[in-house]
Design a protein around this ligand. Structure first.
Ligand code: PEP
Ligand code: MN
Length: 341
């Protein structure tokens, strides 16, 4: 259990938390987050105990994180992490827009969509080469040949490139061609791949698994950082719930919590969360308002004929409107996104 204290609360408040945990038989230790104190207690999350502790004076938040985390939590005197991709920086207080097709299908289509998103104001080009699909009979991506295409088209339109790796071999290939590797929701708890990404040193876009808790996500990032790679961006992409109106449920509530407890940048993927084009712009605007450092949106020149995820892909024109709305809203909401130091 991680008990996050309010900013500026007195040391007595922390002592009271430690005593309450000790009375419940929990060993607890004080840790310093960037802008406030916190107390970490060993043992499983206990709702009743969290309720008791949550009511003590000076307690801001009780989180179900119990395992030690050496790298991902905010630390006093250490600013927020920024992740540099070519000339673009994620997490510096600006709002990053990542856009592009679900999968690279052919060079001409990729070029069309890349030019359109670059002109509309995207910062990073996405496009899958290795696709993790639900069915082995679905389009699996072009694989290796897509990587030089992405690199060439990204350079031509002046955007850095992010693309997914599914295993260590594809991660090595991606490292040679892209600015950032994506570890997808289905691989978030693949510790071998996380360690490999940590050793490779390439910036990592780590997507939250569809059934991953906040602690699961932070511990996955911890694997990469523990190997010496601090360049990690977290991505909320929707989780499984009982909701039946949408592909997944976008958990925007995790954004301000992640921003408070971790120094890593956080972006949101409204495309895979909703699975529906008409819902994507509203969720993207909401992500900006929730304090995310950016969004990742799928765009396809001809969504009806896309080989994957056409139903959720914006047309270039729809993306142009969204990007312009986001850029207009950005200054209004900037103070909620400033890195906490
Ligand atoms: C993707 O971004 O291409 C993707 C497959 O996303 P996720 O891992 O979130 O399903
Ligand atoms: Mn997709």
């Amino acid at each position: 259990m991680l008990v996050v204290m309010s900013q500026g609360c007195s040391p007595d408040c922390g002592e009271r938390v430690i005593s309450a945990l000790a009375a419940a038989g929990r060993r607890a230790e004080r840790i310093a987050l960037a802008d406030r104190a916190a107390v970490r207690a060993d043992g499983p999350f206990d709702v009743a105990l969290a309720e008791v502790v949550g009511r003590l004076p000076g307690v801001a938040l009780v989180l179900p994180a119990s395992r030690p985390m050496r790298h991902v939590l905010r630390r006093e005197g250490r600013g927020a992490t920024t992740v540099r991709l070519g000339r673009h920086t994620i997490g510096d207080g600006g709002f990053t827009i990542v856009a592009g097709p679900c999968a690279v299908e052919d060079e001409a289509g990729l070029e069309r969509v890349a030019r359109a998103v670059a002109e509309a104001g995207a910062d990073v080009l996405r496009g899958g080469a290795f696709k993790p699909r639900a069915s082995p009979y679905d389009f699996q991506g072009l694989g290796r040949p897509a990587l030089p295409l992405l690199a060439r088209v990204g350079a031509a339109v002046g955007l850095p490139v992010v693309t997914e790796a599914l295993d260590a071999a594809s991660l090595d290939e991606v490292s040679r061609h892209a600015h950032m590797v994506q570890i997808g929701a289905r691989n978030m708890d693949n510790s071998a791949l996380l360690k490999h990404a940590g050793r490779a040193g390439i910036p990592v876009l780590l997507k939250r698994g569809m059934a991953a808790t906040l602690e699961d996500l932070l511990l996955a990032a911890e694997y990469v950082l523990e190997e010496g790679n601090p360049h990690v961006v977290l991505c909320e992409r929707g989780i499984r719930t009982f909701s039946d109106h949408s592909r997944y449920t976008l958990d925007l509530g995790i954004v301000p919590v992640l921003k408070r407890v971790s120094h890593l940048p956080v972006i949101v993927d409204p495309s895979h969360a909703s699975g529906a084009r008409e819902v994507v712009p509203a969720l993207a605007r909401a992500a900006l308002a929730a304090g995310a450092d950016g969004v990742m949106v799928e765009v396809h020149p001809d969504p009806l004929h896309a080989l994957s995820d056409g139903r959720q892909s914006l047309t270039p024109e729809e993306f142009r409107v969204l990007a312009s709305d986001l850029r207009a809203l950005e200054p209004l909401l900037a103070r909620h996104r400033e890195p906490v130091t």
